[in-house]
Design a protein around this ligand. Structure first.
Ligand SMILES: NC(=O)c1ccc[n+]([C@@H]2O[C@H](COP(=O)([O-])OP(=O)(O)OC[C@H]3O[C@@H](n4cnc5c(N)ncnc54)[C@H](OP(=O)(O)O)[C@@H]3O)[C@@H](O)[C@H]2O)c1
Length: 235
């Protein structure tokens, strides 16, 4: 049996009980995955919100949610630094965060064009296996545009990570949540669906998403990144 076919993951921890955290909790709950949602306020403070969004999900501590088979970061990127990295040692972590300086304040490490924001998250959580996904659709799109496998008009979710097994696992989860996973290369390539890119906020199908990812290096932002990285742009 494929070890990452459903019922993988058996449980999902979500760090953040805001727009995107609760939207993902609802999708995972619908997909029959056990969900634990955590916020800095603690479980009692978010219990009612979690129940309203996802009836079978439970409110948990960050430590409990971080112990799930797959963990999603759905908190402001600037707050990742407040997490205890040791709680994520060995965890498969999906980084659904984005750098918004308006929200996060100017954080120099996330303005470094030579690394993707998810590579910075990987540095903050060195014992975790970080995969970037579920960051480039709005919470509204996550809530409204999920479709069962086989239905028409499924939209694409890009997945970038350094370990092929972890990328496959996250692609399987994305599929169960109702979206078409699109492999987008290594974690450094997550740069291609950060804020300011063509794919960010786009309701694209798989073919369109692949084209947008490929066009990144021809975009203004792609040229600036390539120059910063002193790399030859990919064809
Ligand atoms: N909103 C979207 O459409 C969307 C879509 C895709 C990705 N994203 C990304 O997802 C992230 C969250 O966005 P959001 O709109 O969902 O934010 P939000 O509605 O403001 O929710 C943020 C959540 O993070 C929790 N949190 C903050 N600090 C924490 C900590 N130290 N430990 C645990 N939980 C903590 C907050 O709980 P407390 O109040 O208890 O601190 C709150 O539940 C951002 O990076 C954003 O770019 C957002």
């Amino acid at each position: 049996m494929d070890p990452i076919a459903p019922p993988f993951p058996r449980d999902l921890g979500i760090i953040g009980a805001g727009r995107v955290g609760l939207a993902l909790a609802a999708l995972a709950d619908h997909a029959q995955i056990d969900v634990a949602v955590a916020a800095s306020r603690g479980p009692d403070a978010i219990q009612a919100q979690v129940e309203a969004a996802a009836p079978r999900a439970r409110a948990a501590t960050v430590e409990q949610a971080a112990g799930a088979q797959v963990v999603v970061l759905a908190l402001p990127l600037g707050k990742v630094r407040a997490l205890d990295p040791s709680q994520f040692d060995g965890a498969l972590v999906i980084d659904a965060t984005n750098y918004w300086w308006e929200l996060d304040g100017h954080l120099a490490q996330f303005e470094d064009l030579t690394t993707s924001s998810s590579e910075q998250v990987q540095r903050l959580l060195p014992g975790a296996r970080v995969v970037k996904a579920l960051n480039h659709l709005s919470a509204y799109a996550l809530e409204e545009l999920a479709r069962e496998r086989g239905e028409p008009d499924r939209i694409a979710v890009a997945v970038a990570g350094d370990d092929q097994g972890d990328v496959r696992a996250v692609r399987s989860l994305v599929d169960q949540l109702g979206f078409e996973p699109v492999a987008a290369g290594a974690l450094a390539e997550g740069m291609r669906f950060e804020p300011g890119t063509e794919l960010f906020g786009a309701d694209a199908d798989v073919a369109e998403a692949r084209e947008m990812l490929a066009r990144f290096w021809d975009s203004q932002r792609g040229r600036v990144v390539a120059r910063a990285r002193r790399e030859v742009p990919r064809p």
